[in-house]
Design a protein around this ligand. Structure first.
Ligand code: PEP
Ligand code: MG
Length: 764
């Protein structure tokens, strides 16, 4: 985009400074609004200028107009589903039409007398990410409104938003500005679980919107200097946060801060802020305007990855505002309650890190998805998270008692005593359980008939590795390497990867770690990869398919793994994800061989013990196992990814809630497939692990042992329960029962197996 011409800047400045005079001139809010529409109509030479204000129930009411029938003011009302004005509000995006009547959403309102007007330009009046109203201009003749017209209207809309938010036109309670709606009754809000667990505490509303008092500024140079100074202090503060985070050894958090630094240094962003200032806005208003524009642009994109990166950008902009006003965020103001439940519209991951982690008990987001960075970080910190909890900010007041129930995707606001004491009991029970489990850490997982199970952990962040010690797990059966790739702004260099894998080895302290090479694609997006519009992403260009098509990428990862392992003289376990046919495995292994040869040629050492395996998660490979498992140059071990195997075997999307319980892994087809795999691996003398979720569920794990699986890899919280189950089990008996049960075409064997376990004292 080229910079708007100098005269456009000065026209915008003139209009804004007149608006400021109107805002400062006293009188009622209605009188000021009337003057504002007159002023805009005159300056933009429009036949009509109107402001519609959002009222309770998502109704837009005409509040002021020049050009339409004055009798229609406070009479014309429409829902967001009606008319062009409703369309602007519903889409939160500008609408520009040279012939409005041809638009399918055009709705004629006789009381307004708007028949003579052909062209229409409307922009949403936004504040704090919510629509507060709609600003419209209309012309009698056909007119092609320009980008600049929309820009000007959007700038004016920011000023009008302040007038509405002040609460004089309609009450604060009605506009849903949050505190003050007076409803103190207990309530329950539903959302989507982004991390399981239960948290009890008091509400802290994250970043109540910074109020920008001065929208318009006299001297652009002063404002530009203020922004530049604030940018410098923000960089210093990010340095400090980075230093603190590095001290705590959180590798992934550092990656996120690196992304922030890149966003903060984005020249396009600072240039747009400078331009908005040259157009007459104050530094604060300019930052907000650029943020609103970016939000609008991004809202129209369908790529969830880009939409999530918007949160990081929002966070950076908010930080800049805080620095500009010399304020500290509430995260750092020292008056937080002991038990904090954070409530936010959305949040960047570094914002979460700003809070004292020892006080955080839960997080509630109005937006968000399980793959967002903040969810990944919250999971690592063990904080329950409910996302897509609509209107949380307007229904929760600061310091309201809250219960976050991440197990059932709900939030209790001001819960009654009974509900609270019920949850406190559950929390106490879980704490007690954890204590008992800690005692299990040193006990082996040996069944009553002497079958020994090896318990391993699934991990994906450095922070997960602490659980090795706590749970007494024998090692890491699945290290998902993708997280550091997803939170960075560019593909991590070999040196950065080597350092990270080195830390994994250090923290594993001699226990074996199986690294799975990059499993991205589908819904796990990398910011530096072109957007993928595949119709079926789960069946698309992902995991090893990507690695083989972009061998340089996979080779760099293999190079880093070889370097980290040989530096520490550690045994190296590597496995490839999504192997669909045997030739893919051989091709991937050949890449590793090339990297080994390269290291040796460079005079480097290679680990003396290297084992190469594969994930078994695509059914087709089952029939090629004999060509692959245990043959020279083939797979040294197999790890069954039951999550994907289930999805591909049953053609059933693992992320679709509607299918969540439709097919059961404890049903004949899946169990016969697993049995087949185990037998083929046994015949080939190749060890087999289950690293999908089945391995961490006691009843399912009982069945896996009966089918001959001896290694299970699971999340840390599952270890103690699985050990307890194994120690109460007679594997031979379940094996005999399974032989019988698998002959029947039942939808699921779960209920029969559960009854058997209960009757036989197996701790499931
Ligand atoms: C699986 O598919 O079961 C698995 C362990 O891998 P992920 O869940 O990472 O796809
Ligand atoms: Mg998988």
């Amino acid at each position: 985009m080229t910079a708007p011409a100098e005269d456009a800047f000065s026209a915008s400045r003139r209009l804004l400074s007149r608006l400021r005079d109107v805002m400062a001139a006293g009188g009622t809010a209605q009188a000021r609004l009337d003057k504002i529409v007159q002023l805009i109509a005159a300056e933009m030479v429009a036949d009509v200028c109107s402001v519609y204000v959002m009222r309770a129930g998502e109704v837009l009411e005409l509040f002021a107009t020049v050009g339409l029938n004055p009798q229609a003011v406070h009479v014309t009302r429409m829902s967001v589903n009606e008319g062009l004005v409703g369309l602007v509000a519903a889409d939160q995006a500008p609408v520009r039409l040279s012939n409005a009547r041809n638009h399918p959403r055009f709705a004629y309102r006789p009381e307004t007398g708007e028949d003579p007007f052909q062209s229409f330009a409307g922009v949403p009046i936004l504040r704090g990410g919510r629509v507060r109203g709609v600003l419209v201009i209309q012309h009698k003749d056909r007119r092609d409104y320009t980008e600049l017209d929309t820009e000007t209207l959007q700038t004016i809309a920011m000023v009008v938003a302040e007038l509405i938010a002040a609460g004089e036109l309609v009450s604060q309670g009605e506009i849903g500005a949050g505190p003050g709606d007076g409803d103190m009754r207990p309530s329950r809000l539903a959302g989507v679980t982004m991390n399981e667990g239960i948290g009890i505490g008091l509400a802290v509303l994250h970043q109540p919107q910074i109020t920008v008092r001065e929208m318009v500024a006299e001297d652009p140079q002063v404002e530009i200097q203020r922004v530049n100074d604030a940018l410098s202090t923000m960089h210093l503060a990010l340095d400090e946060l980075e230093r603190l985070t590095a001290d705590q050894g959180d590798g992934e958090h550092l990656d996120i801060l690196e992304t922030y630094r890149m966003l903060a240094a984005d020249r396009g962003w600072t240039r747009r802020i400078h331009e908005a200032i040259l157009g007459g806005l104050s530094a604060e208003a300019a930052i907000q305007k650029v943020q609103t524009d970016t939000r609008l642009r991004i809202a129209q994109m369908t790529d969830p990855y880009i939409r999530e990166r918007m949160l990081d950008f929002e966070d950076v902009a908010q930080r800049l505002l805080y620095h500009l006003q010399g304020r500290r965020s509430e995260a750092a103001d020292g008056t937080l309650p002991d038990d904090v439940i954070l409530v936010a519209r959305s949040m960047g991951p570094a914002e979460l890190l700003d809070y004292d982690r020892s006080r955080l008990r839960g997080l509630i987001l109005e937006e968000g998805s399980p793959t967002s960075h903040v969810a990944i970080i919250a999971r690592a910190l063990g904080i329950p998270v409910i996302g897509r909890c609509e209107d949380a900010l307007s229904r929760i007041d600061p310091l309201d008692p809250l219960i976050v129930d991440g197990d059932h995707a709900q939030v209790y606001v001001r819960p009654g005593d009974e509900v609270e004491s019920g949850y406190r009991k559950t929390l106490r029970f879980r704490a007690e359980e954890r204590k008992n489990y800690a005692a299990m850490a040193s006990l082996p997982a040996i069944s009553k008939d002497g079958v020994r199970a090896t318990i391993l952990l699934n991990a994906g962040m450095l922070i997960d590795l602490a659980a090795l010690e706590e749970t007494g797990a024998a090692g890491v059966g699945l290290y998902r390497t993708e997280i550091p790739f997803m939170v960075r702004s560019q593909y991590p260099a070999v040196s950065a990867q080597t350092e990270l894998y080195g830390k994994v080895f250090d923290q594993a302290a001699g226990r074996p770690v199986t690294f799975r090479t990059l499993d991205v694609g589908g819904d796990k997006k990398l910011p530096y990869f072109p957007e993928d519009n595949a119709e079926n992403p789960a069946l698309g260009w992902r995991a090893i398919r990507m690695g083989l098509d972009r061998p340089a990428m996979l080779r760099k990862q293999l190079r880093a793994l070889l370097a980290a392992a040989s530096e520490r003289r550690a045994p190296l376990r590597i496995m490839f994800p999504m192997i669909t046919e045997a030739s893919e495995f051989f091709a991937a292994r050949a890449l590793l061989d090339r990297e080994i040869a390269r290291r040796l040629a460079d005079g480097g050492a290679v680990p003396s013990d290297i084992k190469v395996g594969m994930m078994l998660e695509v059914p087709s490979i089952i029939w090629q196992l004999p060509m692959l498992a245990g043959v020279p140059g083939g797979a040294d071990f197999i790890s069954i990814g039951t999550n994907d195997l289930m999805q591909f075997l049953y053609a059933s999307d693992r992320g679709d809630q509607r299918l969540a319980n439709r097919y059961d892994p404890l049903s004949t087809a899946m169990l016969l497939a697993l049995k087949d795999v185990v037998e083929k691996c046994e015949a080939a003398g190749v060890p087999v692990t289950v690293c999908g979720e089945m391995g961490g569920r006691p009843l399912d794990a009982m069945v896996l042992l009966a089918l001959g699986v001896r290694m299970l890899s699971m999340p840390p919280q599952a270890v103690a329960r699985i050990k307890m189950m194994v120690r109460s089990l007679d594997v031979g008996q379940v094996r005999a029962l399974m032989g019988e049960l698998m002959r029947h075409p039942h939808h699921s064997l779960r209920e029969r197996l559960r009854l058997y376990a209960l009757e036989n004292g197996i701790k499931i």
